[in-house]
Write a protein that binds this ligand. Sequence first.
Ligand code: MCA
Ligand code: AMP
Length: 483
Amino acid sequence: MTPVTGDRSVISSVSGVLLRSLNPAAVAAGDDLPDALTIAGETLSRSDLLGAATSVAERVAGAERVAVLARPTVTTVLAVTGALLAGVSVVPVPPDSGAAELRHILNDSGAQAWLGDAPEGSELPRIPVRKHARSWHRYAEPDPAGIAFVLYTSGTTGAPKGVLLSRGAIAAGLDALAEAWDWTRKDTLVHGLPLFHVHGLILGLLGPLRVGSRVIHTGKPTPEAYAAAGGTLYFGVPTVWSRIAEDEEAARKLAEARLLVSGSAPLPVPVFRKLHELTGHAPVERYGMSETMITLSTRADGERRPGWVGLPVRGVETRLLDENGAEVPRDGESIGSLQVRGPMLGDGYLNRPDATAESWLADGWFATGDVAVIDADGFHRIVGRESVDLIKSGGYRVGAGEVETALLGHPEVAEVAVVGLPDDDLGQRIVAFVVPRGAAPDEAELVAHVATELSNHKRPREIRFVEALPRNAMGKVQKKQLS
Ligand code: MCA
Ligand code: AMP
């Protein structure tokens, strides 16, 4: 394991502990650690966080798996850290999940209770999180093979699948990023990303708790909030960076930061250049997936090339295959299907052996479903996805199939095809082509219907009513013709 700072502090000597900076020895020793975090305007010292999270651990210990309604609040932070201290796995749930999504996540994951807040009307028992309770009990570090999170993510069809992420994989993934980005306890990380995905939750919350840096969660990732936070290290999805690049005053304030990091979707080259011009920082771009965590990144001390996601992080190998399974040349031009392997990969999808076997291959390789090129220096460029049915909108991954299923449940919809169309702000915007049963229904009502079933970010931005969908001779919808 890489020591975070190379010094002899207590936290660098407890690398086997997942939340290293919350280790009682590190907290007791002081180690010149800053406050742990600020979220929703509340600040917790490391000792407050350890005491309150341990008290949550005492209440939840012995459970196997709990659901956490992942709002950006102290309650969520205590629920997640408390469960992790006790070795209980967490199912982060989007706080605005609609009925179908919520039902699926709870049934599929087998979560035994809500830890912290619960959505209205849920029948699952609730274990409260008490912000002011404290315990100084010491838990032994759970087995690194244990599952820390079951993280739900969309596929091309069907309901979201639960990725199994082990504690050991998370520790390896975070250490690789700390090394790539020179991330130390001297940093203050700033972001305002959701706490139910790898980006905001694992990198943005567990990262600081492992490294020992402070984190400020801004609630929403607005340009003004990022500018006001005064951090050294900033995380954002491309939509966030593009909005910052449009706000010169906010962007110029980020000149004082050390590193700006973009990921979850491709950072458009003009946004990269504008940020560079306004902040003096060429952003670091990194690539990953819920299933693999972050596998590729440019470096704090290396080349940052617009449009490219850099080199494999520590422990990662990559290969590009053609349709016959042969490796394609690393010449910066030849395109192939990207496969990755490394210590930060997830263990598979919960309850889905077939889907797991399709992506987790022999010898530790994982088929990402992304198409890429690699140049002679080992730099990677992501060209796109193999399937048009996985949409990335605002950095959120949305399966066309689940939105189609939700819309088909509306009585006035006869047929539907959902696609992601290019969008300057969101990367892709979700557009539904609908064949109505009779007269065209109200567009806003269809959009709202999707939100009653799924989460808000899966709502189409636009509905286009058509008389028929383009189909081939076999009757299959030709999505490439929809634009
Ligand atoms: C949005 N609005 C809508 C619709 N969509 N209204 C009607 N119909 C719609 N279809 C409303 C919103 O509710 C909001 O209203 C207003 O329009 C503005 O919405 P929007 O433009 O979406 O802005 P936003 O709500 O601020 O969202 C942009 C965002 C968000 C903040 C960038 O997309 C976001 O947080 N993305 C992060 C996703 C992420 O973390 N992905 C990581 C997964 P009102 O203002 O009234 O609320 S990827 C991952 O984990 C891997 C490992 C990786 O590589 O990182
Ligand atoms: P998710 O599981 O939500 O993290 O989505 C993972 C997908 O996001 C990947 O398979 C890619 O298609 C896309 N992605 C993530 N980071 C990048 C990036 N830096 N450049 C291009 N695509 C990205």
